[in-house]
Ligand binder design. Structure first.
Ligand SMILES: [Zn+2]
Length: 368
């Protein structure tokens, strides 16, 4: 029997999964379009809200990433009221050249995304493969005006920076194929990326920044504590990365204290995506919840046995709901149909999949 007894989340109200993707607009296998594609997951797992993190830049295989990912997330949000969505920045060409981004510099894009009604910003620009493709350090001039605006307005930013440290040291075949092996001298180091984030925070100490996947710091929690102690709005999410839980498992008492001490600064997410593989979604919710809420021993990531650290209920409520809901203003923002229409007109020439472009035109006619 499947072992999902702890879903939906007992003892926590209004759970929000703060880190979800929309990898495709059409699930060919099951013949489902994206329009309501995550609702079943949301309901089955007892989630009050989900928050979508579009990935409109990068070179993912097999689906090209482009501006369409922002657009379908905006439509999803328009048609499913319990959905938050962040917006992401796009680059008309790689490496990004500021002089080629006239009229679509990041501060302009930020303004457009906020006008549409996105609830925050997702940045993948610190993931080493995209970092190299964009070709600009996080603390470089290109990002500066956008960070200033986001800091000024208190906009929530979910940012992926780094990856598990072993991606720099162990060249497995999968990592090499996915361009996830960073030890060949072409990528910034694990520590360089820490320094760049610290530089951004030094310049923008009130940035409402959430570093995804615990900032890959389960082996270096003291360093992370120092950042959290210095920058009052900084948060991390605990979206697996199974390696993070393997790190937690080594020092259960330490992390119990850590999670209770920083209960205001930690946010739940799963990295679930559409097309949905429901069992994986439920499993992820269950494992993260049980790790924090119980002291049960369970099979966890990478076949490790993980014993829960059982933090107090007050901390649980904050991590699974209150922190992110507060940061996002309590409820999803309304989509401004006119602003979305303008955005589609301005950027749709960058959509690679022509079938999707056609579908977006139809949806615009229907809903905007
Ligand atoms: Zn993610």
């Amino acid at each position: 029997m499947a072992d999902y007894l702890k879903i939906p989340f007992p003892d926590v109200e209004d759970v929000i999964d703060g880190h979800i993707h929309m990898h495709m607009w059409y699930d060919k296998q099951n013949n489902i379009e994206f329009l309501h594609g995550l609702e079943e997951y949301r309901k089955e797992c007892g989630l009050k809200y989900i928050a979508l993190a579009p990935l409109p830049s990068g070179n993912a295989v097999p689906v090209p990433r482009d501006v369409s990912n922002n657009i379908i997330c905006a439509f999803y949000k328009l048609l499913n009221k319990d959905t938050f969505s962040y917006g992401g920045y796009i680059y008309p060409s790689y490496p990004a050249k500021t002089e080629e981004m006239d009229g679509m510099d990041l501060a302009t894009q930020y303004k457009e995304l906020m006008e549409i009604g996105f609830d925050g910003i997702k940045m993948l620009e610190g993931k080493p493969n995209l970092y190299v493709r964009v070709g600009k350090p996080l603390d470089s001039e290109m990002f500066e005006p956008a960070f200033s605006e986001m800091e000024k307005n208190g906009t929530y930013i979910l940012m992926h920076v780094r990856d598990p440290e072993c991606f720099w040291t162990e060249a497995t075949e999968e990592r090499i194929n996915k361009h996830w092996y960073y030890g060949n001298g072409e990528y910034p180091s694990f520590d360089d990326l820490y320094t760049q984030v610290e530089n951004v925070l030094k310049k923008h100490p009130r940035l409402n920044l959430c570093l995804a996947h615990f900032f890959f710091s389960a082996e270096y929690p003291e360093k992370l504590s120092r950042l959290l102690d210095t920058y009052p709005n900084l948060c991390v999410d605990i979206t697996p990365g199974g390696e993070m839980y393997i790190g937690f498992e080594k020092h259960p008492e330490y992390f119990k204290n850590f999670f209770e001490k920083y209960a205001d600064r930690i946010i739940f997410g799963t990295d679930m995506d559409f097309p949905v593989y429901m069992e994986a979604g439920k499993w992820l919710c269950d494992r993260v919840y049980r790790f924090l809420a119980t002291d049960e021993e369970l099979m966890s990531f990478d076949d490790h046995k993980l014993k829960g650290i059982k933090i107090n209920e007050n901390a649980l409520q904050k991590i699974f709901s209150d922190n992110l809901l507060t940061k996002l203003g309590g409820k999803p923002r309304e989509i401004n149909r006119l602003a979305l229409k303008r955005y589609i007109e301005k950027y749709k020439h960058l959509i690679i999949d022509k079938e999707l472009e056609k579908r977006i035109d139809e949806l615009s006619k229907m809903y905007l």
